[in-house]
Design a protein around this ligand. Sequence first.
Ligand code: M6R
Length: 627
Amino acid sequence: MCGIVGYVGSRPALNIVIDGLRRLEYRGYDSAGVAIIDSGVIQTEKKAGKLANLEKALAERAADGIGTGTTGIGHTRWATHGGPTDRNAHPHLSADGRIAVIHNGIIENFARLRAELEAAGIEFQSDTDTECAAHLIAAEMRALRESGAQDGPALLAEGMRRVANRLEGAFTLLATDVNVPNAVVAARRNSPLVVGRGNGENFLASDVSAFIEHTREAVELGQDQIVLITPEGIEITGFDGSPAVGKEYHVDWDMSAAEKGGYDWFMLKEIAEQPQAIADTLLGRLSERGEIILDEVRLTDQDLRDVDKVFIVACGTAYHAGMVAKYAIEHWVRIPCEVELASEFRYRDPILDRSTLVIAISQSGETMDTLMALRHAKEQKARVLAICNTNGSTIPRESDAVLYTHGGPEIAVASTKAFLTQLVACYLIGLHLAQVRGVMYSDEVAAVVEKLQATPDSLRTLLSRMDDVRALGRDLRTASTVLFIGRHVGFPVALEGALKLKELAYMHAEGFAAGELKHGSISLIDDGTPVVCVVPSPAGRGVMRDKVVSNIQEVRARGARTIVIAEEGDEDVRQFADHLIQVPHTPTLLAPLMTTVPLQILACEIAAARGNDVDQPRNLAKSVTVE
Ligand code: M6R
């Protein structure tokens, strides 16, 4: 939630900051704003709504401009405290106009701090929690100056450090001082922040996409750290003032991965990238001895042999990936596997100990609900294994082991390639556990991996014949409700199809376990209600497939318009389908890698036909860093 950019160097900061915000807009688009230090003045501009509104406002003031200053910060907001108005847009200034602050997260003790500041005579200009930080930094710096400290980057960093220690909650704060033109300081607690190391210039951002055009050298920060960037260097300290060292890394993707590449929407580009994303996630995972290779493992094979129960924690689409994983893990590993919504996990007081393996799935690696579930698991001594798409993010860093999905940047708010690559990672982990624990032989593991390796080609074929699905999407744009049904791994696929439609098309959609419909929800079906039915392969799980076909007949008998997703060769199902979408054969457990894809395209097409912004649906943000 909220995208943050900071720049210091020798080039005009404004364009660099705006370009960075454009690539971070997926994190929130309720408002946007910039502050540039130019000739001893902080120039700010901020506007409610998308970045385009800010750009328009900047263009309108072209006569005097916002200056050519080479130090700047910028923010794109997902509102928490205070509505999405111009007034609440970041940056926020201190009362003396010296300090500009932007913020991602929530300052939980802001009411107390605000009361204290108001009692001291400060008049607030916004309803945000962020504004407190601006006033507090100014006050701390003033106090330091009064006791003899000199203005300069070190004073700005010390002011920020003192304030960070007073704040409760989760935050990334960036601040600039009008009298310290070549410095931006940041504080980080439980909220994303990465440093870009340039040549005579340095960057701060919520993620690397904001500065990838300028540098691919990044520095990962730890929790509770302050970082000061100047054109000459990067200085990291802890909240206690002790020096710290960040982890340097090279970003292995470039700008083109963060651009639309000719597609109307990032979502369409990311759907098209799925075959490659799967192939990349599988690449190099099988050792010469036929074992699955994880990325960072701080667990021994004995630890994995000791596991007697698996919990998967995740949110939204990642939770649906976890639901699929449960079927695979229980089938292959033969140990109990529970899937939990991360936001509910710790409140339920789950029974965890050293022999519990908690798998945390997160594309961004920053989802606060998942992070809190992970921390709860660690407090209870469980081992945590992360599946993540974002190098250097918090969730993998705090886990005992990590399997990265090599999906590349996912910009569209709706998860597509993240989902499929999370599935692949879950399959790999299931196979790894089964192998380490001696439940599967390496040739059996290799046989499944071989099937997985065939999926990119099958998916390419599937993607090449989606015209009918697009036409169907346009046709369904006026439907008032769409239901989705599936069994076994088809059930999470149904949930995922419904989630995509809700979030993109703003339509009522619900996913059901196919057998559950008759226990109440079937009464939703009226003449012409579209029902998307995910049919299992007749090969291997014939009984299950036949049960779903019965469920299709039940809804059809009540007037439903059936949209059936079935395997090629299952001709028998045609008679029950008003629309048939055929997908290539895959083994049952791997089928979601195929059956989900038409549902992504359907949702995208319906949303576009309804005139919605597919990449940035209303009320949402890509990375949900609040609980
Ligand atoms: O970054 P994460 O995978 O932790 O995000 C979890 C959910 O917020 C996310 O999957 C969300 O449901 C999707 N963007 C929906 O398409």
